[in-house]
Each structure stands twice: as C-alpha cells, then as structure tokens.
Write a protein that binds this ligand. Sequence first.
Ligand code: SF4
Length: 458
Amino acid sequence: MFKFDLTKYKKYDKPGPRYTSYPTAPHFNESFTNEDFLKEIKDTNKKDNPANLSLYFHLPYCDTLCYFCGCNMIITRNRDRVKEYINYVKKEIDLLKKFLNPSRNVTQLHWGGGTPTHLNPEEIAELAAYIQRSFKFREDSENSCEIDPRGLTYEHLQALRENGFNRISMGVQDFNEEVQKAVNRIQPEEITLQAIEWIRKLGFDSINLDLMYGLPFQTNESFERTVQKIVQISPDRIAVFNYAHVPWMKKHMNLIKVEDLPKPEVKLEILKMATEKLTSGGYCFIGMDHFAKPDDELAIALREKKLYRNFQGYSTRAGADLYAFGITAISQLANVYAQNHKVEKDYYEALDAAKIPTGKGYRLNEDDKIRRYVVMKVMCDFALNFKEVEEKFEIDFRKYFNWGLNNLKEMVEDELVELEKDSLTVTEVGRLLVRNIAMNFDGYIERKEDIGKYSKTL
Ligand code: SF4
C-alpha cells in the first residue's frame, strides 16, 4: 500500500496547469487560422510513414446542469438542436477526410462531452456507423465513450457496442445523497450498478469510473464509503478528480456555496484516504489522479514507459495525430494545436462555407518543442534523462533548465524528486504533485508569461 504524510505537502497546493497540452490552451490565439491548420494537415500526409489517427468527437449536450461541471457543455432538451449538430459533425468528417491520406489507421476513438449518451440509441448508431465507414480503423483500436447512467438505457449501450465501442467511462463523483443534491446531480446507486451490469453483459473490454473529491458536504468518512463501494464494483480504471471551484471561469459554480465545501485540510485527508484505499484494494497509482488495475493497459504503459498525455488525460496510444470534431474540440498534430469554434453558429457557418471550423490555435516554436518533450516526459514517464534531451535537441540541459533545476532543490528535500547528475526521477508521492514538478520546466511560467488561471494541484 502507498502510504504518505500529505500535511507536509500542503505548501505545494497552488494553481497549476494539468498539462494536457504544452503550451496550455490559454496560449492559443486567433492569428492561427483554418488555413494554417490545413497546411499542416497536408504536410503530415506527405511524410513517408504518416502517424496513426486518434479521433475525438465532442458531443456537448446535457439534460441538466451539474453545478461542479468544468466541461464545455450545453444544457438542452431540444432534440432538433441535437439532430442538427450531428449533421454538421458528419459534414466536418466529410470535409476533413478529403485532406487525409486514406491509408492512415485509426488507433483510438473517443466520444466526450457534454453527455454523448444524450444522443438517443438511433442517433448514436447513425453517427458511430458514419465514423466507422469514413475512416480505416485498426482492429485493436481503443474506442471509448463517456456515458451518464441517468437516462441511460440498455439500447444506448447496445448501439455503442454494435458500432465498435469497446470501452466505457462513467462519472460517479460520490454515492452520498447529500452531496449529490448539493451539486444537482441525483444519481442513485442502483442506476450506476445497473449501467455496470449492462456494460459487462454487452462485453465491453474496460470500464473507467470517475470520482470527485472536494464537493460540498463531503467528509473523509462519507467519501470512504464511496471509495469502498467503487473497489467492490472493481472497474478497470478509476480517476479521483479534485473539484476545482472556479466560479470566475464557470459562472454556474456560484450555485455551490463556498461554506459547504470541505476545508483544504479535509480535502487532503480525503485524497490520502482515497489513494491508500485504492492502492490497498489492488489498484496501481498511475499519476496525478489516475488508478488502474495492474493488468490494465494504462498500468502496463506506466511500467513500460509508454504512457502518453492528451486532452483526455493519460492515454496509452502515443504517436498518433489527434483530430477533434465538434465545437470547442482541440486537434493536436506534431507542430500545431487547432481548436474549433466555440459556438454552434460559427461552427455551422464555417462548415456551410466548406471551411475547416478552426477558431484558434497555436504553432509550436523550437523552445515549445523542447519544453513540451521535457514536460511530457516528467508527466508520463515520471523520469527524465538529461543526456537524451541534450542529444535530441542539441542543448546543454543544465544551462537551458537552470531556473527549474534550482527550484527543484526544495522538492528533492521533500522527497518528491530524486536528482542525479544526469537524470531526474519522480518519487511515488511526487506523482501526486507531478504538475508542480513539471511547472519547473514550463517556459511561460519561468518567463512569467503564463496567462492561464488554473485549478489547484491538490
Ligand atoms: S452531465 Fe457531465 S458534462 Fe453534463 S453538466 Fe453534468 S458533469 Fe457537465
């Protein structure tokens, strides 16, 4: 079991990026246009051996508002609005497909939201089959969908399974009714268990469950009961997210009363308890907020240093170009990030004009590429070989990262990092604070140019 004294690390609980990209999304800007993105897409096809494809589809609609929600979502019960959106996503597929080398294999597909299962079973089948027909999927492609057990039927899951999905991810947050009421997400335990039973019956390969700590009225004891039940359910992967109360970014979070939130020291206790319970319950601690069974691909990738990070968090399929569809969705190629328009109107207008619906983006410069490599090594391998970075980018590592290496001294004393002459290793407890460690290699933070407002790291 993984045991540690978190009170010692309270000082590190400060805002920091989650590093699902480097640079982070606040640096994307509108001077990057759809023409820039198109040029890059064409360049990636020209390579002798173009990268595999990872596809993300953003399905933003939800039935009701969860007050803790940090996603790009739209609350609606208007079915015509959903149907129109699906048609435009299909248009986007048709448009992009024209520019992609058809021999490129899809190795990963993810539907996120919003609530993808806000689509009815017929709409799910229609869109999923369209995607399958439009691209060349590798047999072992990892195809996952986020579901919401509220309003879910067996037919929703059947439509997903019959159209190539093999992984399911589901939000639970907390089984406690008082907590559920305070965040406006009433999800009785029975419906979560019913969904799990259906997922298993339909033969999906893997289930991920998301929990959330730091929500109103949570106590260490109440959340412990939730964690115990989750261990009994025995999903393949578990994420324990920290609720980030950022009402200045998400206005609806004002519906949560600050005085109902657990105090920072209670949150630390909860995090410690959850980490200890999950690891003693047979789960491997991956990093930050992710846990997986030892035979799960994520745990295997951690052991083999093949973990990867993208906008969905930790992933196992490195090296693929990520193409993202739908409003707000972010594509990631070797040299650029491109984010689609944020509202339906702009997204639809671009597609009606047969234009890629890029709203903003970013082209990485040489410094970004070096730092992205280093930040992702720290975040995913939890180790760094300075010589390897020096050879790859022809730099003097200690000179280039002098600022960050100096900052690490305190973390070495606090046993978060082990520093050798030519290498760095993140300790097990350091993996909880890996964002803080990676921040030392972030050029925007070093140059005080960071413009993002981030959630706290613990
Ligand atoms: S269902 Fe998910 S995306 Fe929709 S409001 Fe709730 S947390 Fe946000």
